[in-house]
Ligand binder design. Structure first.
Ligand code: AMP
Length: 215
């Protein structure tokens, strides 16, 4: 199954993607994670991406599409995959259609995790992420605090605040989402692929809504 996860920054699509990975046994492909990993390694692509990420802007389409093209050519995707954070522009969506067409494949579902803007700002400004990228667990200082301050409940690594999870950058990311990514909702609705689920409430409940929409 090939699934696209759509939703604003902080909508919880990354968390839901990880739960779907467990359930469906298909890999999660997160372009944000790919950029953060490249930056950690100090590659030119990672350093270039950082200049956009720090401002809350989108990395240019040609860079993102190249990264996804390379990832989609890997041999571990026979059973399908979940795209988390891609596509984010109409240009990327059309490029993805072309890539899939050339492989004789198509998308099964585009799941929109729907959360109001003000809720997104509250969530992102308190978000804390596990530094261990193999774990990647997320917490919230108020809504889902870790047992010990600054320490991941799951693997014991340090928790940190992402550079782009500050109020100014969050507002910019939201504006970018509403201007450039939200048009994809109509794009996938027109193709009869859109599955809209309410992204507010307990994580397990949201997951149940997604399962109902796609299984
Ligand atoms: P995320 O982890 O998905 O919130 O992405 C963090 C940042 O990485 C975004 O704010 C963008 O700067 C960049 N990014 C991730 N995916 C994309 C994409 N598909 N297109 C453009 N920029 C992206």
């Amino acid at each position: 199954m090939r699934i696209i996860l759509l939703g604003g920054p902080g909508s919880g699509k990354g968390t839901q993607a990880k739960m779907l990975v467990e359930k469906l046994g298909i890999p999660q492909i997160s372009t944000g994670d790919i950029f953060r990993a490249a930056l950690k390694e100090g590659t030119p692509m990672g350093l270039k991406a950082k200049t956009y990420m720090d401002k809350g802007e989108l990395v240019p389409d040609d860079v993102v599409i190249g990264v996804v093209q390379e990832r989609l050519s890997k041999p571990d995707l026979d059973k399908g995959y979940m795209l988390d954070g891609f596509p984010r522009t109409l240009g990327q969506a059309k490029a993805l259609d072309k890539m899939l067409e050339s492989q004789g494949k198509s998308i099964n579902h585009a799941v929109l995790v729907d959360v109001p803007d003000e809720e997104l700002v509250k969530r992102l400004s308190g978000r804390r992420t596990c530094r261990n990228s193999a774990c990647g667990a997320m917490f919230h200082v108020m809504f889902n605090p870790p047992k010990a301050d600054g320490v991941c409940d799951i693997c014991g690594s340090e928790l940190y605040q992402r550079d782009d999870d500050n109020e100014k950058t969050i507002r910019e990311r939201l504006a970018v989402y509403n201007n450039q990514t939200a048009p994809l909702i109509q794009y996938y609705a027109d193709k009869d692929l859109l599955r809209k689920v309410q992204g507010v409430g307990p994580i397990e409940e949201i997951f149940g809504r997604i399962e109902k929409a796609i299984l």
